[in-house]
Design a protein. Structure first.
Length: 309
């Protein structure tokens, strides 16, 4: 019902009071999203719910899970409860299997199938699990632009550029100028490669010029530079990203890569890796690195010199 009310408000031509809040969230400007959300006096219950969803999701993006868990009550709207479920999933690894069972149960019973926020939060959990099929099972029930943009991210991660292309085209037909459509196009261009790297760069640059260069946009530019072999340019935008958020995992990963390409002293990359391991132990890069490290140790042990008796 809330989702329909939001759509009706927009169709009626009313001012979108959440435009800046929504834009800030999608561009990764999370503190600005929270600050602006707290200023808004919602003209309707539907707007109040969407404001709270965006604000609490921004807190989650900042890893401030306790704020969400403390403030969202059992009496809160279903959309906001869905965000709380994601916060609990991320904060409590020991509860993850139980939370995923709860999510499955909700969908099976049909209770939350029409709640777009629930579908996206559920997909986010499965994306975190690297279970792309399960994530798509939820997202395929979403007809929102965010649902479509998340599908593009997953198709790119699955190396299904053909499916990403169809999704981006559908988004362009729906709203070509939307921030999410432009971001999805940039992600698609990065996946295609070649001349499209420059097209992706221009999208990230234009968004940064219009709003503010967030770590998300700067890392997008850095990815374009890296693929083009422009490692010094990549390092420049990554240092700018680091100054805005010294703990951003994507910035740290990209700095590890660019440090290797630029032939920096080994301790430089090691420093970024230590920071990444410490602050983001569950990041896919860290998990894969630790696996490779264990495999190397296992192989090395096979070739250890025998100790003479």
């Amino acid at each position: 019902v809330v989702q329909k009310e939001i759509s009706n408000c927009k169709m009626a031509g009313e001012v979108d009071v959440l435009f800046e809040v929504r834009n800030a969230f999608f561009l990764g400007n999370y503190q600005h999203c929270i600050t602006e959300a707290q200023k808004i006096k919602p003209p309707s219950a539907a707007v109040a719910v969407e404001r709270d969803v965006l604000m609490y999701r921004a807190y989650i993006a900042q890893h401030k899970y306790a704020v969400v868990l403390d403030e969202v009550k059992p009496s809160s709207p279903a959309e906001v409860q869905a965000v709380r479920l994601l916060a609990e999933y991320l904060q409590k690894p020991s509860r993850r299997e139980a939370i995923l069972r709860e999510v499955e149960s909700k969908l099976t019973s049909g209770v939350d199938a029409s709640n777009d926020t629930f579908l996206i939060m559920a997909a986010s959990m499965y994306y975190h699990e690297q279970n792309f099929d399960a994530a798509l099972r939820y997202l395929n029930q979403s007809d929102s632009l965010e649902g479509a943009a998340t599908r593009v991210q997953i198709y790119v991660a699955m190396h299904r550029v053909d499916l990403a292309k169809k999704e981006v085209k559908a988004m362009q037909e729906k709203d070509d100028d939307a921030t999410l459509t432009q971001l999805a196009l940039a992600w698609f261009n990065l996946a295609v490669g070649g001349d499209k790297y420059q097209d992706a760069y221009y999208i990230f640059q234009e968004m940064a010029d219009k709003t503010t260069p967030t770590p998300l946009l700067l890392n997008g530019q850095a990815a374009c530079y890296l693929h083009q072999g422009k490692f010094e340019d990549a390092e420049g935008v990554l240092h700018e990203a680091l100054s805005k958020d010294s703990n951003n995992p994507e910035t740290l990963v990209n700095l590890i890569v660019v440090s290797q390409h630029l032939g920096k002293p080994p301790e430089v990359a090691s420093r970024y890796l230590s920071q990444l391991k410490d602050a983001h132990s569950e990041h896919i890069f860290v998990q894969e690195y630790l696996k490779k490290e264990a495999q190397f140790d296992q192989l090395a042990a096979q070739y250890s010199p025998a100790v003479a008796s």
